[in-house]
Write a protein that binds this ligand. Sequence first.
Ligand SMILES: [Zn+2]
Length: 148
Amino acid sequence: MFFRRAREDRALREAQRAGHEALPRFQATQAWLGFPKPTAPAPTEEEVVAPDFLPPDLRVPSRQEVAGLMMRWLQPLVIGGEVRTCPGCGAYRDWIVFCMRDDSIWLRCRAGHDTKEPGLDAAWYNRNSGPVDRFHPTPEEGLRHLGH
Ligand SMILES: [Zn+2]
């Protein structure tokens, strides 16, 4: 009698454990099979919807309103296992990286050579850039602000 109870209890515990383990596996399977992976990156802090009550010069423009985004990239830029060098002067670090409205990426070296970089895209830019905190009316002002 004692042994039978013990076996039943163990069977119940095992069933419960199996049930608890089966649920996350099931959900994970459903997530992969039932829902396509999102193709667009989730909205980031960059896409700020400006409140209407702010004066226009305090508003942060949305991605659709600006010609492009830019950031400074001081370290060597490794793309596909290779360090990018400027075709104009051979520079390999201290880039300004532009992400244009058409999602193309351009690299600008210290000497001002602009090179389109097909190995990078807007998703890469979004992963590697911080939130947009400043709006420059011209690219030149942006470059000055970033130290170029
Ligand atoms: Zn250059």
